[in-house]
Design a protein around this ligand. Structure first.
Ligand SMILES: [Zn+2]
Length: 260
């Protein structure tokens, strides 16, 4: 483990201890990418842990939260086939609702975008048929754009096309309304959020940890990165929002940089 990761985990441990004193219920949304065959067992153990200890809700949940337990939602970015092959059984066994965010320009292909996680280059995005055949009592869908670009780098017409067309493709394919979007790389700014809202999205998801309060109506929702290989203690802390301090730390860091 890198020194940086060790330091992050140490801060999270402190935050976790302190956080247990705060009884305001909050929702933590976690996100995964691939679940490889050799990680299937570890993923199953994480879902079993969630079922045992947490109140599990869909990512777009806006209602009441459980004050006595962690409230957790599970999401997957990129719609990799390995999720169907190695994670779906665990989701079904433990009755965990999950949202899969789909880059519609890559259906049935190896991801050709700049990878977020090393190792994912060997993955394949599910085909339209595979997505449509997933059990809807467990899986719901959101957009992850068409091409998986950095949205902040696009001019308005291209940005509109990425968020609108992916939504249309998914709605036609799945016969269900699509009104959530996960930003590729979490890359967004106010303009991107505004264009997503104009395209009909009710909620958009980032990759910055964020405690979400009961009744939250804001369009933007933060998420915490999870991996089947997370050690049980770290995964447990993630579900309790122990990494929620991270966006604050990066804001502080850029503020300090700006001063020098
Ligand atoms: Zn992605």
């Amino acid at each position: 483990m890198s020194l940086k990761q060790t330091a992050k985990n140490a801060i999270a441990t402190g935050w976790d201890t302190f956080g247990r004193l705060n009884t305001t219920p909050k929702l933590t949304i976690i996100y995964y990418h691939a679940v490889t065959a050799d990680a299937a067992e570890a993923f199953d153990a994480q879902m079993a842990y969630l079922r045992r200890t947490a109140n599990i809700v869909p990512a777009d949940h806006q209602g009441l939260l459980d004050p006595a337990r962690p409230n957790v939602a599970v999401t997957f970015d990129d719609a990799f086939r390995s999720v169907r092959e190695n994670a779906l059984a665990a989701l079904q066994r433990h009755r965990i609702p999950a949202t899969i965010f789909v880059p519609t320009g890559w259906l049935g292909r190896r991801p050709g975008w700049q990878m977020e996680t090393t190792g994912d280059a060997a993955e394949v995005v599910m085909t339209g048929e595979e997505l449509a055949a997933l059990p809807r009592d467990v899986v719901s869908f959101g957009s992850h754009t068409v091409d998986h670009p950095h949205l902040t780098k696009l001019a308005e017409a291209a940005l509109d096309d990425q968020v609108r067309r992916s939504r249309e493709v998914l709605e036609t394919l799945l016969g269900a309304p699509i009104d959530t979007l996960a930003f590729p790389y979490g890359d967004h700014n106010d303009r991107v959020v505004e264009r997503a809202q104009a395209a009909g999205y009710r909620q958009v998801y980032t990759v910055q940890p964020q405690p979400i309060r009961a009744g939250d109506r804001s369009i933007k929702r933060g998420r915490t990165s999870a991996d089947p290989r997370d050690p049980p203690r770290i995964f447990a802390m993630k579900t309790r929002g122990a990494f929620d301090w991270m966006p604050m730390a990066s804001r502080l860091k850029s503020a300090l940089k700006g001063r020098s």
